[in-house]
Ligand binder design. Structure first.
Ligand code: HEC
Ligand code: HEC
Ligand code: HEC
Ligand code: HEC
Ligand code: HEC
Length: 390
C-alpha cells in the first residue's frame, strides 16, 4: 500500500474561513473550497476566447509575470508522473479524490477521463487541461468569476468594475490568509496517525510564533505576491529557514541546527528525510567513512499489516534545535553537512513497491520509473563546514 492511498480517504473539505469584519459581499463564498469543485458552467456570451479559457497560458496573455513564476513552481507540476502513474490504475471515483488537490478543476477531471479513453491518454502526456496541475483557475475561478486578494496599492476589496476584462474581479481578504492554503495542505483529522494527519501544516502554523506575529503562508511562500511557492525542493528556501552553528569544544566538535525561519515543523510533510552528518578527516584531509555519525530529522511513518503507524517524529518545531557531536580524530579536523532528501519516502518505499506490482511495459510503470528518477535526483546538501580542533 502506498502512502498516497491514504489520501484516498480524503473527503471534501469545507473550509471555515476566519471571520473578518467586512460585509458578506466582500467575503469569499463559504463553499469556495468545497471539493470536488463544481464545473465553471457557461462563460458570458460577450467574452472573448481568452477570457473564457481556463488554460494558464490564456491568463498569462494578460498576467504574464504570474504565469512565468507559476510555471517554475511545483504547483504547475502537480499532475506529475508519480501521480498519473497511479491514477491510470484507479477508477474515476478514486482518481477524482486525488485530483481535488493535484488538478482541482472539474474540467481537468473531465479532460483526464476523456484522454485516458484514447491511446494518447495512456502515454502519460496529452491530458489537456489536467496537465496544468494546480493552475490559476483552481485558486481564482468559481463559475468563471475571478476572485483575488485586496487590490495591491489601494487595499480595495469587493467587486471591481464589471466592464474590465473577465467582468472584473472580486477582491477578498481571505486570499491573504493562511487558511486559504488549508484545502490541500491540511489533511483531515480523521486520518490522523498518532494524533497528527500526514500533512498538518495549518495546525503547526497556528501553534507557531509566525502565526502570533501575523506571518502567513503567503508571507514566506509568496513574497510580493510572487507565485513561486518554493519549499523543501529548493536549497535556497531550506537554507533561509535554518541557522547552523559549528562549535569546536575541547572534547568534541559540534554541529547545531536551529529552525529559525519556518512557520511549521521542519519538514512539514512525512515524505522528506533530512540528515545531519559528520565525519572525521584523516591527515590528508580525506573523510574516514567508518567514523561517520548522523542524526535524522523526519517523521517516520510506515504501513504495518495495512495500518499506518508513526515510528518516530524528530522534526524541528519552530525555534527547536538538533545537535550532532563527533569526537576529535588524530588530525583534529572534522567535516559537517546537512543532507536533504525531499522525496525520500516515495523513492525508498512507494515507487519501488509500485514497480514490483505493475506490469513492466505498462504506461503506469514507465511513469513511476520516471517519478523514481526525479525523486532520487531531488536530494541536495547544505552547510558543508570543516571544523578544526582549537
Ligand atoms: C484579456 C486580458 C486578461 C485575461 C485573459 C485574464 N485577465 Fe485577469 N485581469 C485582467 C485585468 C485588466 C484585471 C484588472 C481588473 C480590474 O482592475 O477590475 C485583471 C484582474 C485579475 C485579478 C485580480 C488582480 C488585481 O488587480 O487585484 C486576478 C486574480 C485575475 N485577473 C486572474 C485571472 C485569471 C486566473 C485568468 C485566467 C483564467 C485571467 N485573469 C485572465 C486582464 C485579464
Ligand atoms: C488545490 C490544492 C492546493 C492549494 C489550494 C495549495 N496547494 Fe500548495 N501544493 C499542492 C500540491 C498537490 C503540491 C505538490 C505538487 C507536486 O509536487 O506534485 C503543492 C506544493 C506546494 C509547495 C512545494 C512543496 C515542496 O515540496 O517543495 C509549497 C511551498 C506550497 N504548495 C505552498 C502552498 C501555499 C503557501 C498555498 C496557499 C497560498 C498553497 N500551497 C495552496 C496543492 C495545493
Ligand atoms: C488533500 C489534498 C491532497 C489529496 C487529496 C492528494 N494529495 Fe498528493 N499531495 C498533496 C500535497 C500537498 C503534496 C505535496 C506535499 C508537500 O510537499 O507538503 C502531495 C504530493 C504527492 C506526490 C509527490 C509529488 C509528486 O507529484 O510527484 C504524489 C505522487 C502524490 N501526492 C500522489 C497522490 C495520489 C495518488 C493521491 C490520491 C490517492 C493524492 N496524492 C491525493 C495533496 C494531496
Ligand atoms: C495555489 C493557489 C494559486 C494558484 C495556483 C494561482 N494563484 Fe494567483 N494568487 C493566489 C493567492 C493566494 C494570491 C494572493 C497572494 C497574497 O496576497 O499574498 C494570488 C494573487 C494573484 C494576483 C494578484 C497579484 C497582485 O499583484 O495583486 C493575480 C493577478 C493572480 N494571482 C493571477 C494568477 C495566475 C494568472 C495564475 C496562473 C498562472 C495564478 N494566479 C495561480 C493563489 C494562487
Ligand atoms: C516563516 C516562514 C514560513 C511560513 C509562515 C510558512 N512556511 Fe512553509 N516553509 C518555509 C520554509 C523555509 C520551508 C523549507 C523548509 C521546510 O521544508 O520546512 C517551507 C516548506 C514548506 C513546504 C514543503 C514541504 C515540507 O515537507 O516541508 C510546504 C508544503 C509548506 N512549507 C507549506 C506551507 C503552508 C501551507 C504554510 C501556512 C499554513 C506555510 N508553509 C507557512 C517557510 C514558511
Amino acid at each position: 500500500m502506498s502512502i498516497s492511498r491514504t489520501h484516498l480517504m480524503v473527503v471534501g473539505l469545507l473550509l471555515c474561513l476566519s471571520n473578518g469584519v467586512s460585509p458578506a459581499a466582500e467575503r469569499l463564498p463559504t463553499d469556495y473550497w468545497h471539493q470536488p469543485l463544481a464545473p465553471q458552467g457557461k462563460a458570458p456570451r460577450a467574452w472573448t476566447p481568452e477570457e473564457r479559457s481556463l488554460a494558464p497560458e490564456s491568463c498569462g496573455g494578460c498576467h504574464s509575470d504570474r504565469l512565468e513564476e507559476w510555471r517554475t513552481s511545483l504547483h504547475a507540476r502537480a499532475f506529475s508522473p508519480g501521480l498519473v502513474g497511479q491514477l491510470l490504475t484507479y477508477d474515476a471515483a478514486d482518481t477524482a479524490v486525488c485530483m481535488q488537490c493535484h488538478a482541482p478543476l472539474a474540467e481537468q477531471r473531465e479532460a483526464f477521463e476523456a484522454a485516458r479513453r484514447t491511446a494518447e491518454g495512456h502515454s502519460g502526456i496529452g491530458h489537456g487541461l489536467a496537465d496544468a496541475g494546480n493552475s490559476c483557475g483552481g485558486c481564482h475561478l468559481r463559475g468563471h468569476r475571478r476572485f483575488g486578494p485586496p487590490q495591491r496599492d489601494t487595499g480595495a476589496v469587493g467587486q471591481s468594475d464589471a466592464s474590465a476584462p473577465h467582468g472584473g474581479v472580486m477582491r477578498v481578504p481571505e486570499f491573504e490568509k493562511s487558511e486559504f492554503c488549508a484545502a490541500c495542505h491540511q489533511f483531515p483529522q480523521e486520518q490522523a496517525i498518532n494524533g497528527k494527519p500526514l500533512e498538518n501544516t495549518l495546525v503547526e502554523w497556528e501553534q507557531s510564533p509566525a502565526a502570533r506575529s501575523g506571518t502567513t503562508c503567503q508571507s514566506c511562500h509568496m513574497p510580493e505576491r510572487k507565485h513561486l511557492w518554493r519549499g523543501i525542493h529548493d536549497p535556497d528556501m531550506v537554507r533561509s529557514g535554518l541557522t547552523p552553528e559549528f562549535v569546536a569544544k575541547p572534547e568534541a566538535a559540534q554541529f547545531r541546527l536551529t529552525s529559525t525561519g519556518i512557520g511549521h515543523a521542519f519538514p512539514t510533510y512525512v515524505t522528506p528525510k533530512v540528515i545531519m552528518k559528520g565525519v572525521a578527516l584523516d591527515q590528508s584531509g580525506s573523510p574516514v567513512p567508518s567514523s561517520e555519525v548522523h542524526y535524522v530529522i523526519w517523521r517516520e511513518v510506515a504501513s504495518v499489516d495495512g495500518d499506518w503507524i508513526e515510528r518516530s517524529d524528530t522534526r524541528l518545531l519552530p525555534g527547536q534545535s538538533a545537535t550532532l557531536e563527533i569526537a576529535w580524530p588524530m588530525s583534529g579536523r572534522v567535516k559537517f553537512w546537512l543532507e536533504v532528501h525531499p522525496d525520500d519516502f516515495y523513492h525508498q518505499h512507494v515507487y519501488d513497491n509500485l514497480l514490483h506490482e505493475l506490469a513492466a511495459d505498462s504506461a503506469s510503470a514507465k511513469l513511476i520509473a520516471e517519478a523514481n528518477r526525479i525523486a532520487k535526483a531531488s536530494q541536495f546538501s547544505l552547510f558543508e563546514k570543516v571544523v578544526q580542533r582549537p
